[in-house]
Design a protein around this ligand. Sequence first.
Ligand SMILES: [Zn+2]
Length: 391
Amino acid sequence: MISREELRELAEFECRRPNEFAVTFYFQPGTPKDKSHREEAILAKDLVRKTLQEFEVGNRSREAIGDVERILRLAEGLRGNQNHAKAVFACSGRNLWREFDLPPDSFTSLLFVNRRFHLKPLAPLFSEHPRMWIALVDQQKARFIEVYFDQVREQGAGTNPMPRHGRSDGFAGYDGGHTQRHSEDEVRRHFHSTAEILRSGAERKQFEALVVGCHDVNWPDLEHQLHPDVSKKIVGRFSADLGTLSNDKAAADANGILKQSLAEHQRVLLRETVDQARSNGRGVTGLRRVLRATEMGEVDTILMSRDYAARAVECTNCRHLDSHIVPYCSVCGRATRKLEDVCEALVPAAVRNNLGLVLLPREETLDQIGNIAALLRFRADRNKNQLLAVS
Ligand SMILES: [Zn+2]
């Protein structure tokens, strides 16, 4: 698995010499149910071979050919039914070779040879896979499971010692009522200590998302005891019998809930961005305005369709990005370089500057706004106008 630091290191990489190349390879296995998974491994190999041929015909860098050949050997060893997706980043000119296992996801197998690494499938990885806890709670027990990418680890478990005498019927209903009250207190205490464990977990930033597994009948009492910092991390809840629920099944259920919650969150984010853009608030749409807002440091999150690509130019001196294909930089006047896809430069910049990046499936609203938008932290326009008015 890749760490945030490793992703950032890749985002900072850029070739310095004209015959130096950054090679990126993504391999996506088919799902085990998918009969064509063998073919996917073959397709990946073909993809690498084709690129290799193009490179040799073009008589380009020997170093890049070496990297692609090495990736071909790796692709030949890959099987379509393996559990992980794979990403390789190579630049032998700079003695760099990085290989990562990734969770199987929605990108397809790809091979890129460019000045920078192709990071679009990776950049949203951490927001799509937050560190998640699952709290499994019933009236007597609580179990906490941490899910981070494909790691499932039990963090701890506790049992509320049910009083033995609670099971006796007592005499003439008197003891029965007494022990029932007693056990209600016990349950309340048990929920309270469960809520305390979660509060301390949230305080120590041990989880970014929380899914609760408990029966509907217990939920109101448990929910009542949760600290607001815990409540706001809850992405969903499911009903389950703790005794028979394995950690892996709980993780699978929680991952399903997380995925739905993320999709809903992304829809809300897009709607908010578009609304904000319409009212000239904290939102912009279209490439030109997104690039401008990014350079002004206004952007919080960039949203784009998964397959978004657009031509642009980049200044060879100041790195200014322009959606107009102009030969000279509009900021510093130096020569520009054409980018087949603005994402080559925009995505690494987003990673370096800790901006959110959300990739969305194609749909109507996105199409109407040019398939790219950004939610802003602030909007500098008005301040700038004020400055202009003063000077
Ligand atoms: Zn420039």
